[in-house]
Design a protein around this ligand. Structure first.
Ligand code: DLL
Length: 437
C-alpha cells in the first residue's frame, strides 16, 4: 500500500512544479518571518521576488550547524513561542545542543511523512511496534512513535535500555516491529540468542525500522538473519525534522526521500558546487514546509548519492543511498584521510569477525597511531595462536591495501566491547588529550 499516492507517485515534472511552488513560498516565508534569514538575505542583497525557479537556489547561502548553535536556543525560530508546541535537541559532542522546534502543523506534517515511510516497509495497523529508541530530546523515539500511531500500529514506548525487559515485552506483547539504532538492535539479537529465544516462535518480529546511525551491509545481513526480519533503514536529522526525511521501502534499494517537503541537493563538500544527479557528495536539504524552524540549504555533512530511476514499489520519489560516511567524521591519520565506515567495510569482509569494533587513535610523540579492536565470533580462536595470528595479519594487510593505513589490530573476545543503547560511538580520538603530547 502507498500511504499518500498523490505525493509519492507524482511524475518528475509534477514534483518539480510542486517543489518550485513550495520553494518560492519557503523563501518568502523565511524573509518575512525568520529574523535570521531576513538579515542574511539583506546582507547579500537578495529579495525573495528574485527567486523564480529551483535553479536560483544556488544563490541562497548554506545554513550550517554553527548557525543554530550561534542562535541558541530559539534564535532561528520563525514563529512566536506561543505557536511552538514541541522542542527537541540534538546532543552534539561539544558545547550547547542544537535546539529545534515544531508548531502544531509541523507535527502533523511529521506524522504524515513518517506514516508514508512506515507504510512503505509493509508495516500495517495489525502490527505491534516496540520503540527502543531513547525517549527524550532525541527526535527518533517520538518521531517514529507518532507515525506508527498514525498508521494504526499498537505502539509500545519501551525506550532504550533494560534489555531483558525489552525481550520480555517482545515475547509477551507479540512485538512484530522493532524500532532501534542498528547497534542496539544487534545487541538485542545477541541477548535474545543468549536467552535461548527462538525467532518465529518466542519472538514474532518481522520488520525492523532502524536509523539514527549507519550500518554496514554485513551488519544489515546479520540483523535480518539473527532477528528473522526485513531490516529497513530510516534517515533524518533534527535540524531538518528528525526521522521522516527518507526511508527504505520493502524493496530495500535506496531510501525514498519525502521530496515534496525536503528538497535534496548533492554538493562537493570542498568546492560547494552542486553536483549532477547520481554523483556522490554531501547531502544538502531544504525543509520547504516547516513553520517553526524553516531551514534553507542545510549542510548535513552526510555523504551519499541520489538515485533517480523509478523503484519497483511504484513510488516515484528520488531515493538516496545509505550514508557512506560523514564529512566531519573523517580522521586524518599520518596524513591519510579515512572514514570509519571504510574501516568497517574492510572488517565486515571477515566472517570470523563480529559487527562490533572500536577505533582508537592516539599520538606517540608527533606520530599518529591507530588501534582497531574487533570482536571475534568464536572465542576459542583466542587459544589457537597460529590461526589468530594469521587472521590478525590478514586484517592488518587488507586494511593497509585498502586504506594505506598501518593499524595495530587487536582481536578480542566476543561481546567484550562496549554496547550502546543509542547511537554507537566507534571512534576514540585521544590525540587532543594533553597527557599524550
Ligand atoms: O538521528 C534522526 C533519526 C532518528 C533518523 C531515528 C532516523 C531514525 P540527529 O540526532 O539530529 O537525528 O542525528 C542526525 O544522524 O546527520 C546522520 O549523520 C546520522 N543518521 C541518521 N540516520 C542515519 C542513517 C537523527 N540511516 C545524524 N544512516 C545525521 C546513517 C544516519 N546516518
Amino acid at each position: 500500500m502507498i500511504w499518500d499516492p498523490k505525493h509519492e507517485t507524482m511524475s518528475r515534472q509534477e514534483m518539480r512544479q510542486l517543489q518550485t511552488q513550495r520553494m518560492i513560498h519557503a523563501i518568502q516565508y523565511c524573509y518575512d518571518h525568520s529574523p535570521f534569514y531576513h538579515k542574511r538575505f539583506q546582507e547579500i542583497g537578495l529579495r525573495p521576488e528574485q527567486f523564480k525557479s529551483l535553479d536560483d537556489l544556488k544563490r541562497i547561502p548554506f545554513t550550517v550547524k554553527a548557525d543554530l548553535r550561534d542562535n541558541y536556543p530559539f534564535g532561528m525560530f520563525a514563529v512566536p513561542q506561543k505557536r511552538v508546541v514541541r522542542i527537541h535537541a540534538s546532543s552534539g559532542t561539544t558545547g550547547k545542543p542544537t535546539v529545534v522546534g515544531y508548531t502544531q502543523n509541523d507535527l502533523e506534517m511529521w506524522k504524515d511523512v513518517m506514516a508514508r515511510l512506515i507504510c512503505a516497509t509493509g508495516v500495517t495497523d495489525d502490527d505491534v511496534a516496540q520503540v527502543a529508541f531513547g525517549y527524550g530530546m532525541f527526535t527518533g523515539a517520538l518521531g517514529l512513535h507518532n507515525g506508527l500511531e498514525k498508521v494504526g500500529c499498537a505502539v509500545v514506548p519501551a525506550s532504550a535500555g533494560n534489555t531483558q525487559r525489552q525481550l520480555m515485552m517482545m515475547q509477551d506483547f507479540g512485538t512484530t516491529v522493532l524500532i532501534a539504532t542498528p547497534s542496539y538492535a544487534l545487541y538485542l539479537a545477541e541477548a535474545a540468542e543468549e536467552a535461548g529465544l527462538v525467532m518465529g516462535k518466542d519472538l514474532k518480529l518481522r520488520v525492523g525500522l532502524f536509523g539514527g546511525e549507519g550500518h554496514s551491509d554485513r551488519m544489515h545481513q546479520d540483523l535480518e538473519r539473527r532477528l528473522g526480519i526485513l531490516a529497513t533503514e530510516n534517515y533524518g536529522l533534527s535540524e531538518v525534522l528528525g526521522p521522516g526525511v527518507a526511508g527504505d521501502c520493502y524493496c530495500q534499494c535506496g531510501m525514498h526521500i519525502n521530496e515534496d517537503h525536503f528538497y535534496p541537493e548533492i554538493i562537493d563538500p570542498d568546492t560547494e558546487e552542486v553536483l549532477p544527479m547520481g554523483e556522490e557528495g554531501e547531502l544538502v536539504l531544504t525543509a520547504m514546509t516547516k513553520e517553526a524552524l524553516p531551514i534553507l540549504r542545510y549542510r548535513t555533512k552526510d555523504i551519499t548519492r541520489l538515485i533517480e530511476e523509478p523503484c519497483k514499489c511504484g513510488r516515484t520519489t528520488l531515493r538516496m543511498e545509505k550514508i557512506h560516511g560523514r564529512a566531519d567524521d573523517m580522521l586524518i591519520i599520518r596524513g591519510v584521510n579515512v572514514f570509519p565506515t571504510q574501516i568497517e567495510e574492510v572488517l565486515s569482509k571477515f566472517p570470523a569477525l563480529g559487527a562490533n569494533y572500536e577505533i582508537i587513535v592516539s599520538r606517540d610523540g608527533y606520530l599518529d597511531k591507530m588501534e582497531i579492536k574487533a570482536e571475534l565470533v568464536d572465542a576459542s580462536l583466542l587459544e589457537r595462536f597460529a590461526e589468530l595470528e594469521g587472521l590478525t595479519r590478514s586484517v592488518h594487510d587488507q586494511l593497509k591495501a585498502a586504506l594505506l593505513l598501518d593499524a595495530k589490530i587487536r582481536l578480542v573476545q566476543p561481546q567484550s566491547l562496549k554496547r550502546f543503547e543509542g547511537k554507537a560511538k566507534r571512534v576514540t580520538d585521544l590525540r587532543n588529550e594533553k597527557y599524550l603530547i
